[in-house]
Write a protein that binds this ligand. Structure first.
Ligand SMILES: [Zn+2]
Ligand SMILES: [Zn+2]
Length: 720
């Protein structure tokens, strides 16, 4: 950072200025005073109507998780707050209220884990009504806690707004599901996805980071069931598998285009690629080329599951560590999944949603997928199928929510266009779909959606769990595919992001005030990606509406080098810490407060007006520098280059104004000029250090009872 701290150094060596007392506790006291004042004057309301009939920025946000708010989310909110405070000081009205993800999956896990007795019946079954009530209460507690954290950082929003989770919120989903289904935008499919076994939900690979999993990879010999009968001896394919548990679920053997040979050895015939290292290792007595057509006739016997595995050819270039043949498990590896689609292979999963092996894995059923590597290796070895093995770390995607490793597995999913929207959960807005019990097709239409909506509005969301499907559906309804009249309800919930987007779309389309409105979105890029297109599409499809002259600013919040200690996450030090680290942040806030405190001392006696015409060349050059600074800093705020703005402001404040102040203290004739400059500079600092700026402002204007520096305008410039 371009900030040399000369002013502070000068203070230390010359000791010519008095410093105000400084400690973390006095700073906290001052922060609390400012927060109280902002609450008393209801600053968010003032900023919402700063300029009557002026342009309004209406901020929309994706629902914020209520557990473990990450530094990224906090930094993003600080960046947005800097932007909004700046915009407000250029005369715009800013309107902002929070969206909370009350359906955070960790609420469900905590409630299921802790209040076991209060949410269960005597027979151990979950009492849905009590369970959902407990979740609701816990979620609201967490919202209180998180609100307090954002408030301490001075982030302005209408914090009293609470998310609505009442019947209307849910019933809108029922209506939307019916309509979207009728219009062909909603479908249920079995699709292979990256899946977190801890959160039990699909994971977006774009949001996850990479980790590793310990596994055993192996070359093995697979006995042939069909093909190459001409040798008159036992024939094996030499095939590679990257992980043992995945081998358990393999259903075919893949071969890359190339030349293949049969090697006649003591104990049988081995088929492999001509470039395979096993050609030298096995020391065959004779070699004969095998044609691709011959290989296409071949099927192998899976040594553990007994599955008949065909040979398929692929030109997949991915993960070329293996030679020749490799087994494929379409359900559990993305690459294999696409090979299977190409060759119409069966896609069957061997794990359940919790990552436990299912009945297809025989004796290993119920074991966790990553606990069976050695067991399978031993089994293959004991029965003579293993040729060579290697322990290795395979790359895996980690869940962005909980950090657990993910697996790739098929699951039944509801999709809104390409967005997966169903979850296997209890806490959330139920997946309002009813299935035919004979053909398993969804009994769904716009009319049925509206009927369910009305039923929910009348009887509450919990009625969905209590009532039989027949009581929820319109009378006389039967499955349009098979005329069956027996039904069952879908289990699970819709994703929170879908539930919120439907409701946001509804609220946006119902708003009356559309004059002078600009819809503003400032969120991390990945949040925008998974939320905004869905919201826009829902507005368009359900309400034939759109955002109003939207401004969408994707941001990449700074990642602090070291994690910021919690005691630093408040006030101006907290805000600055995310951009320049806690120790430098503290130094800046301390110096800033000290400098303005000294300016107040120098200027408090001066009551003469500032006379611009009489300034000397030195003062003139200071004013020019201030004008340039103002232009630069405002354009940095405009484009969210906040770190740069901090550097630029520090440079001027401590390297230009600091020395000028020292000189003024000695000569004592520059007070009116200092007062003017300091007010302008304070305004420029205000968006990023609102606590300090507000406090000094109130000291300068003690008589202004309802006042705030944020009701002022940014400096207009001296030289214009
Ligand atoms: Zn997870
Ligand atoms: Zn049916």
């Amino acid at each position: 950072m371009n900030c040399s701290w000369r002013w502070r150094d000068g203070v230390r060596t010359k000791n010519s200025m008095r410093q105000p007392s400084w400690s973390i506790s006095t700073m906290r006291e001052r922060e609390k005073r400012i927060l109280r004042r902002w609450e008393e004057i209801e600053i968010h309301k003032k900023l919402a109507q700063k300029t009557p009939h002026g342009l309004k920025y209406v901020v929309h946000e994706a629902p914020v998780p209520i557990y473990d708010i990450t530094d990224e989310i906090i930094a993003a909110r600080i960046m947005r707050d800097v932007y909004l405070r700046y915009k407000s000081m250029t005369g715009f009205n800013v309107i902002c209220s929070p969206e909370w993800n009350v359906f955070d999956h960790r609420v469900e896990r905590e409630v299921l884990g802790e209040s076991g007795e209060t949410i269960r019946e005597r027979d151990g079954k979950i009492n849905i009504r009590r369970f959902r009530k407990a979740c609701r209460e816990r979620a609201f507690e967490l919202i209180e806690e998180t609100t307090a954290r954002f408030k301490r950082l001075g982030i302005i929003s209408d914090w009293d707004v609470r998310p609505s989770v009442e019947s209307k919120f849910a019933s809108r989903i029922a209506e939307a599901i019916g309509r979207l289904y009728d219009e062909g935008h909603l479908s249920d499919e079995v699709k292979s996805l990256h899946w977190c076994v801890a959160c039990q939900e699909p994971v977006d690979p774009k949001r996850s980071s990479l980790g590793t999993r310990k596994s055993i990879s192996a070359y093995m010999r697979l006995p042939l069931l069909k093909g190459l009968e001409g040798f008159g001896r036992r024939v094996y394919l030499i095939a590679f598998s990257g992980e043992m548990w995945i081998f358990l679920g393999s259903s075919a053997v893949a071969a890359r285009n190339g030349r293949y040979v049969a090697m006649l050895c003591e104990d049988g015939v081995y088929v492999d690629s001509i470039s395979s290292p096993w050609l030298g290792e096995l020391q065959p007595k004779a070699i004969k080329e095998v044609t691709p057509d011959e290989l296409r006739e071949v099927t192998c016997d899976h040594p553990i599951t007994g599955k008949e595995m065909p040979v398929v050819f692929t030109d997949s270039e991915e993960e070329r560590e293996e030679y020749g043949f490799f087994v494929i498990s379409p359900a559990h590896r993305p690459r294999d999944y696409f090979i299977a689609l190409e060759h119409c292979l069966e896609i069957t999963s061997i794990v359940d949603d919790e990552g436990k092996l299912n009945e297809l894995s025989g004796d290993l059923c119920e074991a966790r997928f990553d606990s069976v590597e050695e067991l399978i290796r031993d089994e293959l070895k004991g029965r003579g199928y293993l040729i060579a093995e290697k322990r290795r770390n395979v790359p895996v995607l980690l869940c962005p929510c909980c950090g657990e490793q993910t697996i790739f597995k098929p699951s039944v999913q509801w999709f809104f266009d390409s967005y997966p929207i169903s979850l296997r959960r209890l806490w959330g807005v139920p997946m309002f779909v009813i299935y035919c019990s004979r053909c398993e097709g969804a009994v769904l239409s716009e009319e049925i959606g509206r009927h369910i909506r009305d039923s929910l509005n009348r009887r509450g969301v919990d009625s969905w769990f209590r009532l039989d499907p027949g009581e929820i559906l319109p009378e006389e309804i039967s499955c349009w595919r098979c005329s069956c009249r027996e039904f069952h309800k879908a289990e699970g919930t819709v994703t929170p992001i879908f539930a919120f987007a439907v409701n946001q779309a509804h609220m946006l389309s119902k708003r009356k005030d559309r004059v002078n409105v600009i819809d503003l979105i400032i969120e991390p890029s990945h949040t925008i990606e998974r939320w905004l297109p869905m919201l826009k599409k829902l507005m368009e499809l359900l309400y034939d509406d759109a955002l109003i002259s939207p401004i969408i600013l994707p941001i990449n919040p700074p990642k602090p080098e070291r994690s910021i200690p919690d005691e630093f996450k408040s006030g101006d030090v907290g805000r600055l810490s995310f951009f320049i680290g806690p120790s430098e942040a503290r130094e800046i806030v301390e110096s800033l407060y000290g400098l303005f405190w000294n300016i107040l001392e120098v200027t408090k006696e001066a009551d003469e007006e500032f006379d611009f015409t009489g300034v000397d060349p030195e003062a003139r050059s200071l004013l020019i520098a201030l004008d340039i600074l103002a232009g630069e800093v405002m354009s940095m705020y405009e484009s969210l280059r906040i770190r740069e703005a901090i550097g630029r402001l520090s440079h001027f404040t401590f390297d230009r104004l600091g020395p000028y102040l020292e000189a003024a203290q000695k000569e004592g004739n520059s007070a009116p000029l200092l007062r003017e400059i300091s007010v302008d500079l304070l305004k420029l600092w205000a968006p990023i250090t609102p606590f300090t700026a507000e406090e000094i402002w109130l000291k300068i204007n003690p008589e202004d009872e309802e006042g705030s520096i944020f009701m002022e305008m940014m400096p207009l410039g001296w030289m214009g």
